[in-house]
Design a protein around this ligand. Structure first.
Ligand code: SIN
Ligand code: FE2
Length: 206
């Protein structure tokens, strides 16, 4: 058994099949309102392989000119993001240990050849709140390291219904998705993987 970096928690099978199905139905509604789009990297304009949308009062976006940031509206439709479903707020309450609700839920969709390079989640003002990540659909190979890019990394599989919490000393741990294992789940009709990350963005009550 590999040892996870301090502050990084993996909670396998946190959601049972019924809860996963209910969550997928809610995310489908979110996506109908706020369509998945292909984000591009700052400066280079290189498209990411993961498609994204958000729910919450703030959503994480990136484009060539303005880079990584949070904003209150969808970059393509100009509309406010749909609210974060209650079911997700309950999960945050159960595992975050943080006394205020999340403001952003980034919805990542991975088709079978999508991946995400090693990065830190550091566009938030509030690092006292953890990042809570939920996996749905096909299994992936997740990689997590230290708070320095050149630190030692370990990788392990995330399956549908698993949670990962990056908190405390692990809040700024580098992490990414090396690959998706196609056809490893029956949850999503057309396959692929959905990852939801709940984040507190602003400093609260201080
Ligand atoms: C992310 O870091 O935004 C996504 C992580 C994941 O897909 O598990
Ligand atoms: Fe991330």
């Amino acid at each position: 058994m590999q040892v996870l970096p301090k502050g990084v928690r993996h909670m396998p099978d946190f959601l049972d099949r019924e809860a996963q199905e209910a969550l997928v139905a809610e995310i489908r509604d979110v996506v109908q309102n706020a369509p998945l789009y292909t984000p591009v990297m700052p400066r280079t304009g290189k498209p990411m392989s993961v498609r994204m949308t958000n729910c919450g009062t703030l959503g994480w976006v990136t484009d060539q000119d303005r880079g990584y940031r949070y904003q209150a509206t969808h970059p393509m439709t100009g509309q406010p993001w749909p609210p974060i479903p209650d079911r997700l707020l309950r999960i945050w309450e159960a595992v975050s240990g943080y006394p205020h609700p999340p403001e952003a839920c980034l919805v990542n969709f991975y088709s079978e050849d999508a991946k995400m390079g090693l990065h830190q989640d550091r566009d938030e003002a509030e690092f006292a709140a953890p990042v809570v990540s939920i996996s749905l659909g096909d299994t992936c190979l997740f990689r997590v390291g230290q708070t320095r890019r050149d630190g030692r990394t370990i990788s392990f599989q995330l399956k549908s219904g698993d949670l990962v919490v990056l908190g405390g000393e692990g809040r700024l741990a580098f992490h990414g998705v090396d690959r998706i294992y196609p056809s490893t789940s029956t949850l999503l009709k057309n396959g692929g993987r959905i990852n939801l990350t709940l984040r507190r963005v602003t400093l609260s009550g201080r």
